[in-house]
Ligand binder design. Structure first.
Ligand SMILES: [Zn+2]
Length: 321
């Protein structure tokens, strides 16, 4: 193993950065370290605060390498992700966001590293001009995250919560696992909460056309006051958060975790839960969502992997909602 690693490093140096060996590639791949300093480096904050024109992005969730086979392998996930990447490179969205459970194994699991390496390999095939935003899920930081599990995630995928502007729209990514269960990382939840309030205020002050949020766990599946269950955020933290998001006029929250689609509203805010790229747990097939952002609203639709259109045409003269 030692020999293999040393050899890998040599191969990396010899090929000046074009590296296929698992471990060094994971550490050096800049594509997966774009979420840093609580922002996403591919997008210039100043420039992107101005509305330009309608655009679309692709929202995915639960690639969850290893889920089909109980961590024995990940052939089916590889196949699905490669098909998703083909769609990404053909459709050319403004960005792609993967809303958590990137792998099935959690950081302390023996299969974690190889699943992460495969995720990196497959998503490295996304055209370099299309930013790929990764969001942490409960499998990525654990059902009860700790400072250590979050640090582990950051090494592989960058910040666990951050915000970025795209063409006049403020996008806020949260670590929803600490909202689900903050017991072992209360300081992370508190820091995220303070930071979120600042982000919402800044977005309102900068007159964002829309504020969109992204996280792994749905705040709720269908009704904003539905009882607590595995797939939603407990009411104790959900209710005050929803009040805060409504107050800031957040347009929509996008999530995954449910492995099927679900939709609800809280006031005028949409709660959109998107099915999996990986293994489905309901009738919705593996796929992803395409979201078109107009000046006055958004439109979105989930597509099964076999049904994705060849091309996305955006009507620039008429506006949604
Ligand atoms: Zn999950």
């Amino acid at each position: 193993m030692q020999y293999f690693l040393r050899l890998s490093v040599l191969v990396c140096i010899a090929t000046s950065g074009f590296c296929t060996a698992e471990e060094p590639a994971d550490k050096t791949n800049a594509r997966f370290q774009q979420a840093a300093d609580r922002t996403f480096k591919a997008f210039d904050r100043e420039e992107e605060q101005t509305w330009q024109r309608p655009f679309f992005f692709m929202q995915m969730a639960d690639t969850q390498y290893g889920f089909f086979s109980g961590n024995k392998g990940f052939d089916q996930e590889v196949d699905l992700v490669r098909r998703a990447v083909e769609h990404i490179n053909r459709l050319r969205p403004r960005f792609v966001i993967v809303c958590g459970d990137l792998t099935n194994a959690t950081p302390e699991h023996p299969r974690y590293r190889e699943q992460v390496a495969q995720y990196h390999r497959d998503f490295s095939e996304v055209d370099a001009e299309i930013p790929l935003v990764c969001v942490c899920g409960n499998h990525d930081v654990g059902n009860r995250p700790t400072a250590q599990s979050i640090a582990h995630y950051k090494e592989n995928f960058g910040d666990d919560y951050f915000s970025f502007w795209v063409g006049g729209v403020c996008n806020i990514v949260l670590n929803s696992s600490v909202l689900k269960d903050p017991k072992d990382a209360p300081e992370v939840l508190a820091a995220q909460q303070t930071w979120l309030q600042q982000q919402l205020q800044e977005a309102n002050a900068a007159k964002a056309k829309h504020i969109l949020m992204f996280q792994h766990h749905p705040l709720f599946l269908a009704e904003e006051d539905e009882p607590d269950q595995y797939f939603n955020i407990p009411l104790q933290r959900r209710t005050p958060l929803l009040a805060q998001l409504k107050q800031a006029d957040v347009r929509a929250v996008f999530a995954g975790h449910y492995h099927r689609n679900a939709y609800g509203t809280a006031g005028s805010m949409e709660m959109i839960t998107t099915g999996p790229v990986g293994r489905p747990l309901g009738k919705d097939l593996s796929g992803f969502r395409i979201v078109t952002v107009h000046e006055t609203g958004i439109e979105h639709r989930y597509w099964g992997m076999d049904d994705v259109p060849e091309k996305i045409e955006i009507e620039t003269t008429s506006d949604a909602r």
